[in-house]
Design a protein around this ligand. Structure first.
Ligand SMILES: [Zn+2]
Length: 61
């Protein structure tokens, strides 16, 4: 994240201090169960179809 997006996920947004990774959750089933238990969305939102721009005209050469 830091290399690609220049976001330091281990820096606290409130105080700027360093945070530690205390656990990782790997099986997607476990991740879903935890998110559902917390009342959070456990699925990515559906991908909307691309909007067609009626005003777009493609110039070919
Ligand atoms: Zn902090």
């Amino acid at each position: 994240m830091k290399r690609v997006f220049l976001v330091d996920v281990l820096q606290c947004e409130r105080c700027g201090g360093r945070m530690k990774i205390i656990a990782t959750i790997h099986p997607p089933d476990n991740t879903r169960k935890i998110l559902q238990c917390l009342g959070l969305a456990s699925r990515a939102p559906p991908v909307a179809p691309a909007a067609f721009d009626y005003n777009y005209h493609m110039d070919l050469f």
